[in-house]
Design a protein around this ligand. Structure first.
Ligand code: ADP
Ligand code: MG
Length: 696
């Protein structure tokens, strides 16, 4: 039997079961079945005694006799309870279904082995729906028993862990000798791996713990190795084949700005990153680079300087941001500085008036405008550049895949692309998620920044907090107060915000205190108006929902109060906190939460209080939430991993990446005969859902 044989042709499966396997478990072929790995093993050689049972035991095997049956309860609660006895004691076995059949097939005094998960009911242990085997008719069990996840629906239709196990065994028997090796002999020998065929046997029907441990290691490595091989191959392909503009010079604009108008000295990290980007843009190949750095590390200045290089080489550049507030702020920051160089910088957003928009379209098309800053509006087909050579995307995770792909088409040769993150991404995730991009990291904050003091607080401290706010405002500082806005409960959140706003209004009355408010239901123009008042220092307090989360830069603000902080994720909290501590002043972040917190919320608050380091926070976030909730992972294929875990298997990931890159260095197309296995296996793997290198 071939591995690619459709699952319905495996004996005992048939069309109906096949349909269910496909739908519920994504098992289409024999190969899919063999890579449906067990989630746990039970040591079948270990027989517990009833008195050994402890609450942390997931499964126990017991050997003994059923001494009595009894029907208990009514209706839904109706159940068959058996007293099961071994030499050490008695435990209840419980069935909610199939009572009749159980009673008929299990004669009292028959010696059986039962297997199940002990739980506590009314202060006593019991085991619900145990698996039962008759000692006299089964051979003494050997080795480990593999357990497979099945959905409730499958179980109800007779496909449970036991059925799956049986199918897997049959599949293994039928494919003996037909499971091809996927890795090279080199790797297998060097890493002491079992052969693929053996690994599949060991993982499904292990005789001992070493076998499945070894098999798991190999199969995890294999999975991550091929993922990395694929990503790195794409990168090599792009670097080789995708021509880009050659920005060979650094000329007047860059130098003039750098020498005369730079408002501060660049940090070493900023300099290093600019060097890396220059090398890319001067290589004749298209740049595809991810710029990572913590909140406030100065990514905008890097973007500005490299856009000047584009202009020096006769090209236009664009800077795209996910929100109007952010785009507008970039423009307000950049346009006046570049006006000194006689450069024309435009702003294009959803709310740009028609007349103005037409003017911008014209200036962009005839080349009079050098830099265009804006939102998604830049992507529209009506925006035709004269000759764009570089696109910078700020807070790239907020952009959809198709949107970013559009930027590639804005010139006949694709422009250089720099995508910037809002907050750091854990290294392991970046390696896979953005593994086909080149990565630059700004690992240093501008000098003189004082670390933000973070406090976790409760309602009882509100008075004290208000007093502290007043003190800071007296000293000329400004304050943010942020309320959560989560889509499902938008109306409620809006209410909270408005109530909060009213209390603040009462606590901080006019004319002494002035309050701005910004939320998602306002028109863009009103939002902007309020934002501007705060930026200019005309208001002391900004009450807002998370619309201010990204990028906003008001160096005079020194307090960030986050209401219902437990409702925010870690990266959002970190991003919000990053709105303060941007100037010379000692800054504070107050996390207001309710008294009752989940364990996870507690970890989030503790992490925020403990550290200001975005990279560290990102790692904790990944551990808490897993990769599934982190922006960008949904489309990346990471979530389709069958056995490896990006959080737990970091070591294996590094090893796999190292091997993959070493192999590609000497044999990028995997043409060497010793790599034939790999090449063949790689070609059978489905395309990655998205080709990041092409769209970012
Ligand atoms: P982010 O990387 O989060 O986008 P920004 O680019 O908004 O950060 O920079 C944050 C603040 O730091 C801005 O006010 C910016 O002017 C300032 N800044 C950037 N680089 C430096 C530097 N080398 N020295 C001093 N201040 C800097
Ligand atoms: Mg920024």
């Amino acid at each position: 039997m071939e591995l690619q044989t459709p699952i319905e042709y495996l004996k005992g499966v048939g069309p109906q079961r096949a349909e269910m396997l496909k739908k519920d478990l994504n098992i289409f072929t024999v190969n899919d079945l063999l890579s449906f790995y067990p989630y746990r093993y039970i040591d079948r050689t270990k027989i517990y005694s009833i008195k050994e049972i402890t609450p942390d035991l997931q499964y126990v095997q017991l050997k003994g006799k059923i001494i009595s049956f009894e029907m208990l309860g009514q209706k839904q609660g109706k159940r068959l309870v058996a007293k099961f006895q071994d030499e050490s004691g008695i435990i209840d076995l419980v069935w909610f279904q199939g009572a009749k059949w159980i009673q008929e097939s299990l004669k009292p005094e028959m010696e059986v082995i039962i297997l199940g998960k002990p739980s506590i009911f009314n202060g006593k242990y019991n085991i619900a729906h145990p698996e039962i085997e008759n000692v006299s008719t089964t051979t003494q069990p050997i080795g480990f028993k593999a357990l497979y996840h099945a959905t409730e629906k499958l179980k109800n239709r007779g496909i449970d862990s036991k059925t799956i196990s049986r199918m897997v065994k049959l599949a293994l028997q039928n494919t003996t000798g037909g499971i091809r090796e996927t890795l090279s002999n080199d790797i297998i020998e060097k890493l002491g791996f079992p052969k693929r065929e053996d690994a599949l046997h060991y993982i499904h029907i292990p005789e001992n713990a070493q076998q499945f441990t070894k098999a798991q290691y190999r199969l995890k490595f294999e999975e991550l190795f091929f993922l990395q091989l694929k990503i790195l191959r794409q990168k090599i392909h792009r670097k080789k084949n995708i021509v880009g503009f050659n920005f060979s010079t650094v000329g007047f604009y860059f130098n003039e700005y750098y020498q005369k108008h730079l408002p501060f000295q660049l940090t070493n990290a900023q300099k290093k990153v600019i060097k890396e980007i220059r090398a890319d843009m001067g290589s004749g190949k298209q740049m595809n680079r991810l710029l990572q750095g913590d909140v406030g590390c100065g990514k905008t200045m890097v973007a500005l300087l490299i856009m000047l290089i584009a202009i020096d080489n006769g090209y236009q550049a664009s800077l795209m941001a996910p929100t109007e507030i952010l785009a507008t702020q970039h423009w307000e920051n950049i346009a006046p500085m570049l006006a000194k160089l006689n450069l024309n910088v435009g702003l294009l957003t959803g709310s740009t008036k028609k007349k103005e928009r037409i003017k911008i379209h014209e200036a962009i098309a005839n080349g009079q405008m050098h830099i265009l800053i804006g939102t998604h509006a830049l992507l529209e087909d009506t925006v035709q550049f004269h000759n764009i050579g570089l696109t910078v995307i700020d807070e790239q995770h907020r952009f959809g895949v198709a949107q970013r792909a559009k930027m590639w088409k804005k010139n006949t040769t694709p422009p250089h692309m720099l995508v910037m993150t809002a907050t750091p991404i854990p290294r392991t995730l970046a390696m896979t998620l953005y593994g086909d991009l080149d990565v630059s990291i700004i690992d240093e904050l501008p000098p003189g920044r004082k670390p933000i003091k973070t406090i976790h607080s409760f309602e009882s401290s509100r008075l004290r907090m208000n007093g502290f706010m007043k003190e800071q405002i007296k000293q000329g500082r400004q304050v943010y107060i942020v309320y959560p806005l989560i889509e499902e409960s938008e109306a409620l959140d809006y209410q909270n915000l408005m109530q909060g706003y009213e209390t603040i209004f009462r606590e901080f009355p006019l004319p002494e205190y002035k309050v701005s408010v910004v939320h998602g239901r306002m028109k863009a123009a009103d939002k902007d108006f309020e934002m501007q008042r705060f930026i200019k220092g005309e208001t002391n307090i900004m009450v807002a929902t998370t619309v201010i989360e990204v990028g906003v830069n008001v160096p005079n603000a020194s307090i960030m109060i986050i209401e219902s902080a437990e409702r925010f994720g870690l990266s959002q909290l970190h991003q919000l906190r990053g709105r303060v501590g941007r100037g010379e002043y000692e800054s504070y972040c107050v996390l207001m939460t309710s008294y009752k917190l989940s364990a996870e919320s507690k970890v989030r608050m503790e992490t925020m209080v403990r550290t200001n380091d975005g990279f560290e926070i990102a790692e904790v976030d990944l551990k808490l939430r897993g990769p599934g909730d982190i922006a960008g992972t949904q489309q990346s294929g990471i979530l389709d991993l069958k056995i490896a875990d990006l959080v737990k298997d970091v070591q294996i990931l590094h090893l796999a990446r190292q091997y993959a890159s070493e192999i590609l260095e000497t044999d990028p197309l995997l043409q060497h005969p010793k790599h034939a296995n790999m090449q063949e296996h790689l070609s059978t793997l489905g395309e990655r859902k998205i080709n990041w290198s092409r769209i970012s």
